[in-house]
Design a protein around this ligand. Structure first.
Ligand code: 26Q
Length: 838
């Protein structure tokens, strides 16, 4: 393989960083307002060929978005030259997932144009809410990992770090969830069915990505080198989404690759006129960017997944290396000018691919190339769950990527010889650190590959990083003791506070000063005033208004009326056994039974709100959704409990509905089995919006407790250490736990008897059976503590001012969880790039 195979048509528009903020436009500036109006009208006319009188909401959205897009481009392009001239180091975030949501409000508010556009569109007679609702969510991710990537993109742009993201432009993002008779059904999501006004197709940026074939060893200059003769070639075509930072000072692109077959003219050369074969090839190629793998925590070892991984990594690295050479000319300076972050193991193939590019294509010596690769790459781990650790069977890997398999072997040989020197004679150690798992057929361990190829490996919360050192990477950590570092996750306050909760933002600005918008550490000022009754009443009033909005959404999408004065108890996240929605549901049933037993007691009215998707193949998780819906149907229809308890399952949870649910939550459920949730980020969003947390000592909950005060958060249950000890000792006995807790025993017996399933005693057997027989996630062990904590929470809720005081103290402690803080730490410790003050 040589350079001529790495085609690149023309010069790509570079990745840019804008400096010099465009001024925010006041809605009272009549000239600016009329300019926006006339631009929108002319876009409507020229883009949709329509007059205002016949324009649909969608037409208005496209016209307004296009005008906003124009404003980004100006600052975007102006700064590209500045970055190149200054020779600034660039950071690239490689991720198979970016869970972006809508961009309209994000772009306009970061540009400081939100109010002006609202006023302009209002004058034009547009219904703003309906118009905004026509924008589909960009749901190119499953959950936490994908949303983290989106928050990080926004913070990188805000902090003026040049670079951007690389991923796949899936035709279909995460499936749309429909609940039919209580069961989850999956439908394809078609976010691209109308033109996407945010994206720029880069017709000139196309790379070849190769698969299969064989490798030839050729003698050269007294040595030898490898030549890969691929069996198949696919084209990667670039589309850019602009990500604009706060105040519109900087923008970075998110470059997404779309797969297609090599063009028909070139195809002839490959297929010598075999048209049917050519058509197959086209379908095979396009399949790569058809659909997001809809699994959040299971490494579905399918060939198409490996093709996706290599496809986007190869195109991205070709693009990065080409830009570096164009700008700096010297590959030996790569780590001085480029940092590449691998979002989990999904882009791990970058390790051998970058070696291949340096050694095979650019003729660098192996020993010169390896330190460059290691100094350029770094890797973030997001899970310790064994079923989610990626590994590929060697025969598959070898067939799809024969040259990479060779490179992996060579990396492994060097790596094992280092290990042997440090731990001579320790065969168990060698087996455990090897890139090849020999235990059950031979597999390439993608986590090990990323670890060995990176100069830094990070976990996403203090607890998770600690467990990485003690468990999955224990032996690699012994070999490279300085490599693992912690970078606790964060969230962008722009989307999750300023945009989602403007009323609370105004209040916080009043109390903490305008500067708080750029410096969240000022939120700490709330602490001193948390006892102020007037402030408590204001925060409660804002929460109530948000709860009215959520109640309307619930009425519309779940068909249930709820009381905005009830306690809104929220668990929103992917459905997974370790996240223990089942624990919450069992507490719901126990509470329902308790209310029926003593209907006249002064119960606290509660609304239990669940939302989340289950992987289509995850039977137990889908059954949990069915159970939630069945419990909801029974409880909500029971007149005996006088509406004191309502259970809601909101269908099709996504970023946009999170933006309505989170500002309206009173209680945030973060109840995973300790040691299993790497960090969580929903926990941060809810707390920032003044919800109190009921949670286990897991993931970032531990740090949230530290920052908001241990006494201001409701922690219960086994610790990670206690969980590990129980598992190790094999002493967890769910039957005994159940026997000892009558409420739990009763709830389980009820569910099993068919009380929530029209008498069908079979339906929930797999769920309850696995609880009785194994209870891998220790639901029964934590039940009593959880139930007791919930009743304690009822008592706190009786004192509304005390509740508001705690909410204020929670908000006051959240500055640390800004993704700007996370990104500053990555920039200092891993990427070694300067950041602007923000
Ligand atoms: C792997 C191979 C094949 C197909 C799919 C996958 C796959 C895809 C997505 C495996 C895992 C994921 C997603 C993991 C994830 O979202 N993890 C979450 O990451 C968050 C951000 O760090 C944390 O806050 C959460 O605790 C963690 O669960």
């Amino acid at each position: 393989m040589n350079d001529s195979q790495t085609r690149q048509r023309g010069k790509a528009v570079g990745i840019a960083t804008a400096r010099g903020a465009p001024p925010a436009v006041s809605p009272h500036d009549e000239d600016a307002l009329s300019a926006i109006k006339s631009e929108i009208l002319s876009r409507l006319m020229l883009g949709a060929a329509k007059d205002a009188s016949v324009a649909t909401q969608r037409d208005w959205f496209v016209a307004a978005a296009s005008v906003a897009r124009d404003r980004i481009i100006r600052s975007w392009l102006a700064s590209e030259r500045a970055d190149v001239a200054a020779g600034r180091k660039r950071v690239y975030y490689l991720s198979l997932e970016f869970l972006i949501g809508r961009l309209y409000t994000d772009v306009l508010s970061n540009l400081g144009l939100k109010k002006a556009f609202d006023a302009a569109l209002g004058d034009l007679g547009v219904d703003l809410n309906r118009m905004r609702d026509t924008e589909p969510d960009a749901a190119l991710g499953n959950g936490g990992l994908g949303r983290l990537a989106a928050c990080f993109m926004e913070s990188m742009a805000t902090l003026g770090i040049p670079g951007g993201g690389y991923g796949i432009r899936y035709d279909h993002g995460l499936f749309r969830q429909v609940i039919k008779d209580g069961w989850q059904q999956e439908y394809p999501e078609t976010w691209l069915s109308f033109a996407n006004p945010w994206e720029f197709g880069r017709a000139e940026v196309v790379y070849d990505v190769h698969f299969g074939g064989h490798v030839e060893t050729v003698a050269s200059h007294g040595g030898e080198h490898a030549v890969w003769h691929p069996g198949e070639t696919v084209e990667a075509a670039a589309f850019d989404l602009p990500i604009i930072g706060f105040h519109g000072r900087h923008a970075n692109p998110l470059r997404l690759w779309s797969a297609r077959a090599v063009d028909p003219l070139r195809l002839d050369a490959f297929n010598s006129g075999d048209h049917v074969g050519a058509l197959n090839e086209q379908m095979r190629a396009e399949a790569i960017s058809k659909v997001l793998y809809p699994s959040d925590a299971t490494a579905a070892g399918r060939e198409l997944r490996l093709r996706q991984e290599y496809f986007f990594v190869s195109a991205s690295l070709q693009d990065i290396v080409r830009r570096h050479i164009e700008t700096f000319g010297d590959l030996r300076a790569l780590p001085d000018q480029v940092a590449i972050q691998l979002n989990d193991t999904h882009p791990s193939i970058a390790v051998p691919e970058l070696m291949r590019i340096l050694v095979d294509i650019h003729g660098m010596a192996w020993d010169d190339a390896w330190p460059l690769v290691n100094a350029t790459l770094s890797y973030t781990n997001h899970t310790l769950l064994p079923e989610a650790l990626e590994s590929w069977p060697v025969p598959l890997f070898e067939r799809l990527l024969p040259r990479h398999q060779q490179i992996v072997y060579r990396i492994n040989a060097d790596h094992l010889s280092v290990a042997k020197q440090k731990f001579p004679g320790d065969d168990a150690m060698m087996a455990s650190v090897s890139l090849i798992d020999e235990n059950d057929g031979r597999h390439v361990r993608m986590g090990h590959l990323a670890f060995v190829g990176s100069h830094r490996v990070n976990g996403v919360s203090a607890l998770h990083t600690d467990l990485m050192r003690k468990t999955v990477f224990r032996d690699l950590h012994a070999l490279y003791p300085d490599r693992i570092v912690n970078k606790t996750n964060g969230i962008t306050f722009r989307r999750w506070l300023y945009q989602a909760n403007p009323a609370l933002t105004r209040l916080l600005r009043d109390i903490c000063g305008r500067e708080m918008l750029d410096d969240p550490s000022r939120l700490a000022h709330l602490r001193a005033q948390s006892g102020d009754a007037a402030l408590q009443d204001r925060v409660t009033a804002i929460k109530r208004a948000n709860k009215v909005a959520l109640s309307n959404m619930i009425a519309e999408h779940a068909g249930v009326r709820v009381d905005p004065d009830a306690l809104f108890d929220v668990q929103i996240k992917r459905i997974h056994e370790y996240k223990r929605q089942l624990l919450n549901l069992l507490e719901t049933v126990a509470l329902y039974n308790a209310i029926r037993l003593e209907p006249d007691r002064a119960w606290i009215p509660r609304v239990k709100i669940f939302a989340g998707k289950a992987a289509a193949s995850y039977t137990q998780a889908k059954l949990i959704i069915k159970l939630a819906n069945d419990i909801a149907a029974t409880v909500n229809a029971d007149p005996r409990i006088r509406g004191l308890l309502k259970v809601i399952f909101l269908p099709n949870y996504n970023v946009s509905c999170a933006e309505t649910i989170i500002p309206a939550a009173d209680l945030s459920e973060q109840i995973s089995t300790a040691g299993m949730e790497a960090s969580g980020t929903g926990n941060m969003k809810l707390s920032l919006n003044g919800a109190l947390t009921v949670g286990t000592y897991d993931g970032a909950n531990v740090e949230i407790a530290e920052h908001v005060g241990r006494e201001n958060i409701f922690i219960f249950g086994l610790t990670a250490q206690e969980v590990a000890e129980r598992r190790l000792a094999g002493t967890h006995d769910p039957r005994e736990e159940i026997e000892n807790v009558p409420m739990l025993r009763h709830a389980l017996a009820q569910i099993e008897s068919g009380a929530y399933s029209e008498g069908d005693a079979e339906r929930f057997k797999p769920l309850i059976g696995s609880l009785r027989n194994a209870d891998h996630y220790l639901v029964t062990a934590d039940f009593a503590a959880y139930y007791a904590m919930q009743r304690h929470i009822d008592e706190v809720w009786r004192k509304p001012r005390e509740w508001a005081r705690l909410a204020l103290l929670n908000i006051a402690g959240m500055a640390y969880f800004s993704s700007d803080r996370s990104i500053r730490e990555y920039a200092d410790d891993i990427w070694r790039v300067p950041v602007s003050s923000g």
